[in-house]
Ligand binder design. Structure first.
Ligand code: AMP
Ligand code: GLY
Length: 425
């Protein structure tokens, strides 16, 4: 069948790459896609928020399955529209996507179903939020309720900082997303991401990954969408994985079904591994970016088999298979990111990196211009490599990065540092 991937990031290139290898895939389409996806798919412009346009596209191209990569179209109900028109797709309904779309919704679900997470309050008035902050003390975390492109979280070290964050959010720093604010306790520990597929009843655990959110080496500077990742995350021991499934994922899936909003798709649990065990920081209703890139390179079985199993009600019989290695990805970003940056700068020698054994370069914000690849976004390339150890995957990935020449690009030089340190012990 023909498959359509919606999105244009590194995550979507990785999903498209896995889909292109599926036995189910005849012609692959990506909308809008990027310079890398063009190599494996027909890329066409399409406004995912125009549901009629997506339906027309699917009819015109005889699309049998749609993979929705990013969160915004999920929260806007694209999966509902597709399913209502008998088009199979991957991703939750708009109501279920509230797990990502509203932090307050998720916190209330956690409270109701006893899912471990930071203590919290939900506020629509600055005075009430500040009273809560005064009671709890600092450090404390202030979050815009809605989608804010990963930027709506402020970790305040002092009460003054927390109060200013509250004022900024109610003054519209994150637009509508900040009309409600969640204030929560600061959790200490090591972060990890864990992924699972679910059809609303059954849960198929995938694997763990760790992301590097800060822009600078040694985890300094502002938060970004993610500057690199690796899988597996050593902090996710078998015990932590079992506890995450039992204490977090199972009650979530049961709770969502009980609330009349069963969740289907991938559940991405952002976790803090604290001295008490795993606690939920947040849910995302989609794969992580760049975590998806390392997951797809470790996936041995057919991605579309897994996604169809969700749609066909056969997920209980599906067991994905993984390469038993470490995969690490380094994000190359435009200088200035996560702030403003120049566009349409030329990148050279991506082919030399891609030609290395055990290396794959996924594109994010790129476009093809004749024979050239131009950078069009903040995060631009995901240079991804596998190895038998984190140190080996890391060295290979950096060797590949060094082959690429891009004057306007930068990258962190320490992706995987925690895991490399652990390997030395
Ligand atoms: P989120 O967008 O909710 O994932 O938050 C972005 C980042 O803020 C997370 O990856 C954490 O590093 C940090 N964070 C969010 N909530 C908390 C919390 N309650 N305690 C400590 N750090 C947090
Ligand atoms: N890498 C973090 C995210 O996808 O939300």
């Amino acid at each position: 069948m023909n498959i359509l991937v919606i999105g244009s990031g590194g995550r979507e290139h990785a999903l498209a790459y896995a889909a292109s290898q599926s036995k189910h895939c005849d012609q692959l389409y990506c909308a809008p896609g990027n310079g890398g996806m063009e190599e494996i798919a027909i890329c066409l412009p399409l406004d995912a928020s125009n549901h009629q346009a997506v339906l027309d596209f699917c009819a015109d191209k005889d699309i049998g399955f749609v993979i929705i990569g990013p969160e915004a179209p999920l929260v806007e109900g694209l999966a509902d529209t597709l399913r209502a028109n008998n088009i199979k797709c991957f991703g939750p309904s708009a109501k279920a996507a509230q797990l990502e779309g509203s932090k307050g919704f998720t916190k209330d679900l956690c409270a109701k179903y006893d899912i471990p997470t930071a203590a919290y309050g939900r506020f629509t008035s600055a005075d009430d939020a500040k009273a809560f902050i005064a009671e709890k003390g600092a450090p404390i975390v202030i979050k815009a309720d809605g989608l804010a492109a990963g930027k709506g979280v402020i970790i305040a070290q002092t009460i003054d900082e927390a109060n200013s964050a509250v004022d900024e959010m109610f003054d519209g720093l994150f637009g509508e997303a900040g009309a409600e604010v969640v204030v929560e306790e600061f959790l200490e520990g090591e972060e990890a991401s864990f992924f699972a597929l679910t059809d609303g009843t059954n849960i198929v655990p995938l694997i763990s990954a760790q992301d590097h959110k800060r822009v600078g080496d040694n985890d300094t500077g502002p938060n970004t969408g993610g500057m690199g990742a690796y899988s597996p995350a050593p902090v996710m021991t078998d015990e932590m994985i079992q506890r995450t499934i039992k204490e977090i994922l199972e009650p979530t899936v049961k709770g969502m079904a009980a609330e009349g909003t069963p969740y289907s798709g991938v559940l991405y649990a952002g976790l803090m591994i604290t001295t008490k065990g795993p606690e939920l920081i947040e849910y995302n209703a989609r794969f992580g970016d760049p975590e998806c890139q390392v997951l797809m390179m470790r996936l041995k079985s057919d991605l579309i088999d897994a996604m169809l199993a969700i749609e066909n009600g056969t997920l209980a019989d599906h067991t994905p298979e993984w390469h038993d290695n470490v995969v690490l990805t380094i994000v190359m970003a435009s200088k200035g990111y996560p702030g403003s940056y120049s566009k349409n700068t030329a990148i050279h020698n991506i082919d030399a990196a891609n030609a290395m054994d055990h290396v794959k370069v996924f594109h994010a914000g790129t476009k093809k211009d004749g024979d050239q690849i131009l950078a069009t976004g903040g995060r631009v390339l995901n240079v991804t490599a596998s190895g038998s150890t984190v140190a080996e995957a890391q060295k290979r990935a950096y060797d590949a990065v060094h082959k690429i020449s891009w004057d306007n690009g930068f990258y962190r030089t320490d992706i995987g540092w925690r895991a490399v340190e652990r390997e030395k012990q």
